[in-house]
Design a protein around this ligand. Structure first.
Ligand SMILES: CCCCCCCCCCCCCCCC(=O)SCCNC(=O)CCNC(=O)[C@H](O)C(C)(C)COP(=O)(O)OP(=O)(O)OC[C@H]1O[C@@H](n2cnc3c(N)ncnc32)[C@H](O)[C@@H]1OP(=O)(O)O
Length: 221
């Protein structure tokens, strides 16, 4: 199999179909994953810490002024290195929490196999919704991103989420290790019906979802 991937997606370990199916479905460009450097994970984690602090501090105005200047200086340093989609290590590095993406929940995959996926991690302070619970939208983000990985691992061509039904069963705590598991339950043509559950370490289901992923047709964005 080539090193090229569509939006970071390629078949799970030698499963199901050949290269053609994966490299010619959908209108995604073919990306070559950008390997993160040795300190990239620490860089992303430093930015997450900054986000945690941004939502959990009450700063004097002069500290805010100083912070604005420093953050702008940092942005000015990064700006000349801007690249187009697919040319940054962000999102392509499965060995890093959140695949090295600041958007994604900083979770790590424990199992990425044809029959399903398991990942583990915490919701951070900056994911707070209210009363120390995770914001419901961030739970949807966790599920939705996992669905992409489920499709990838199961060996199906790239797919998009047609619907994602989330059941919020219990309040989801912040800064507490949790486990997420999901899989493709059944396939009808291009339609992949998936389920996933978010549990605490006692096995209590905090949220679960049912989703329809649809394999993209050639040229579909
Ligand atoms: C090496 C390192 C590894 C890294 C590895 C990374 C891998 C990880 C990548 C992550 C990648 C992100 C993946 C996240 C997933 C998104 O978040 S995607 C973003 C959110 N979703 C979207 O933006 C989708 C927007 N919608 C669309 O583009 C189109 O509606 C769709 C979903 C492509 C479907 O359109 P279509 O192809 O025209 O399909 P259509 O003919 O309408 O329907 C096909 C069938 O599905 C049914 N259907 C369609 N929609 C629905 C619906 N909402 N409800 C029920 N049935 C429906 C139709 O009834 C039809 O059924 P049949 O008649 O065939 O029985």
């Amino acid at each position: 199999m080539s090193e090229s991937v569509q939006s970071g997606v390629r078949p799970g370990n030698g499963v199901r179909s050949g290269d053609d199916v994966h490299e010619h479905h959908g209108g995604f460009p073919v990306f070559t994953p950008v390997q993160a450097g040795p300190n990239y994970g620490e860089f992303v984690e430093s930015l997450r810490r900054l986000q945690d602090l941004a939502v959990s501090t009450h700063l004097p105005d002069d500290v805010v002024d100083d912070a604005i200047a420093r953050v702008n200086a940092l942005s000015d340093m990064l700006e000349p290195h801007r690249v187009s989609e697919g040319k940054s290590p962000a999102g392509f590095n499965r060995q890093l929490p959140g695949r090295g993406s600041l958007l994604l929940l900083p979770w790590l995959f424990e199992k990425v196999e044809v029959d399903g996926i398991r990942s583990r991690g915490v919701f951070r302070l900056f994911h707070r919704g209210g009363n120390s619970a995770a914001h419901g939208g961030t739970i949807g983000l966790l599920f939705d991103d996992m669905l992409g990985m489920i499709v990838y691992a199961s060996g199906h061509p790239i797919a998009r989420t047609a619907y994602l039904h989330v059941n919020y069963r219990q309040v989801t705590p912040l800064e507490t290790e949790l486990v997420l598991e999901g899989r493709v339950d059944r396939v009808e043509g291009r339609k992949l019906f998936c389920t996933a559950e978010l549990r605490d370490l006692d096995g209590t289901v905090l949220a679960d979802c049912e989703a329809l992923m649809i394999e993209l047709l050639p040229g579909q964005p």
